[in-house]
Design a protein around this ligand. Structure first.
Ligand code: RB5
Length: 145
């Protein structure tokens, strides 16, 4: 069975979200698209960040992907949920470090600051990089302490 990855956006991230869903499908994942399903400038990031973060927090899915204009609003909402470590990444290197050092289980992309191509590279880096553990394990544990 393929891994389910929850995906959501607001209006600013809508177009990039469509590409992320397609790319996850192409890579053999099962994206669960919480919306929005159409472009609506009145969409607000908490309404779509919350179901993605809740799914990861409750263990329904191991990972989630969010996008909004700066990535900040989605990161704020996602990191309110226990066990969620949401990282905004605007380069593949940051996505790699967010996995290696911070075990980021939610990737947040700033749609207004990355091209579609960059977004896909960042997604690949995050998907393909493992948590290093070791000294980072202790630091992660302290977040929820
Ligand atoms: C929407 O205009 C924008 O404020 C939102 O996408 C995001 O950048 C908020 O953090």
């Amino acid at each position: 069975m393929s891994e389910q990855i929850y995906v959501g956006a607001d209006h600013a991230g809508f177009q990039l979200k469509q590409k992320l869903v397609d790319e996850l499908q192409r890579l053999g994942y099962e994206p669960v698209d919480v919306g929005p399903k159409t472009m609506d400038p009145a969409d607000d990031y908490p309404d779509y960040g919350r179901p993605v973060a809740a799914a990861v927090s409750e263990g329904k899915a191991a990972r989630g992907v969010l996008t909004c204009g700066t990535g900040l609003g989605m990161t704020y909402i996602a990191n309110r949920f226990p066990h969620v470590r949401a990282a905004v990444a605007w380069t593949p290197e940051i996505a790699e470090l967010a996995r290696k050092h911070n075990d980021a289980n939610v990737l947040v992309l700033p749609s207004r600051f990355v091209s579609e191509e960059e977004g896909m590279e960042i997604l690949h880096a995050w998907l393909d990089t493992a948590f290093e553990g070791g000294r980072h394990e202790r630091r992660i544990a302290k977040i929820d302490a």
